[in-house]
Design a protein around this ligand. Sequence first.
Ligand SMILES: Nc1ncnc2c1ncn2[C@@H]1O[C@H](COP(=O)(O)OP(=O)(O)OP(=O)(O)O)[C@@H](O)[C@H]1O
Ligand SMILES: [Mg+2]
Length: 377
Amino acid sequence: MADFDRVGYEDGHEPFTSERIVTSTADDLERAAEAALRPRRLEEFVGQLVVRDQLSLVLQAAVARGATPDHVLLSGPPGLGKTTLAMIIAAELGTSLRVTSGPAIQHAGDLAAVLSSLEEGEVLFIDEIHRLARPAEELLYVAMEDFRVDVVVGKGAGASAIPLSLPPFTVVGATTRAGLLPAPLRDRFGFTGHLDFYSAEELERVIIRSAGLLGVEIKHAAAHEISGRSRGTPRIANRLLRRVRDWAQVRGDGTMDLRAARAALEVYEVDELGLDRLDRAVLGALCTRFGGGPVGLSTLAVTVGEESETVETVAEPFLVREGLIGRTPRGRVATPAAWAHLGLTPPDPLTPRGPGAGLAQRTGSARSGGTLFDTGA
Ligand SMILES: Nc1ncnc2c1ncn2[C@@H]1O[C@H](COP(=O)(O)OP(=O)(O)OP(=O)(O)O)[C@@H](O)[C@H]1O
Ligand SMILES: [Mg+2]
């Protein structure tokens, strides 16, 4: 491959993904911090009005009838509240939640063990349900529909299945990839809720609520500022809030005001659209090195010093969603919005262009979050 500048971790800088503040997934440590901020009841759950309203009807009806509700499938991108809603469902039903996940169930027998230990009315939460192994999936169909598991005793020709009936229970499945669920499984959920990205106004309410739970005061302008940079995702909003709180405590006077919000987000290089260093490096490379594209994903990834997969799964979805990057059969292209966001003028289409054509000129003022390829200290 040609000697493209490796914008990003030359000079021994860390790759972009370390310490990435705007990723929508969470590690174990963060999940612990999140637990404290989770809404416990449906009425505390911000936004997602349609899903909330429908779910509330399903749950209230079940409670009124004294029966278990239909099985519930929750789908949507990471960090939007699927696990939170599963917990809320159990709380609203006044029952306990049993938690497992697709990847945790290696064999059908593992699932049979979980199912046969369920108590009447309990909620079984299966996270990442699209990753269940096939035999477990088939066992689940029967359990969900007939409240029965067939326990296989013995091996080979002498094996027999003993049907074991289960008390009524509710499965809540969560998936980030509803499209990957086989139709027979999808059909067994009586209610499907699809979670969508939150509006800035909703995230503002999430932030104000979380600040209250953390016991810190936040000015409205600061909450507004953070909400606009949170990529429509409550998990990111809560994470940015914690960083702003750090800044206010360490470098400010403890108040989370607009100054603290802006300064903290500048330290973490999250710009006003919620793009971080990797996102801007990808956009910057696309515009300044490749004249706006089209350029292949692997070339783009090499240029920013990242794996193709990282660029494709971590940076690109949001850039595409924001209309900054387009995907074409010939590669990735920058949209006019991308040029504008970087403060660059797109090249004249009549001038020849190619890698490193250097046609782009900076016109805008420097954006918050530092210079384009600043790798930080
Ligand atoms: N509607 C909401 N109101 C307030 N806080 C929310 C809301 N949705 C999510 N959160 C907060 O965002 C964080 C992440 O939510 P949650 O863990 O439920 O996401 P998830 O969809 O299960 O993500 P993943 O796909 O990664 O498992 C939680 O700490 C929760 O407090
Ligand atoms: Mg979850």
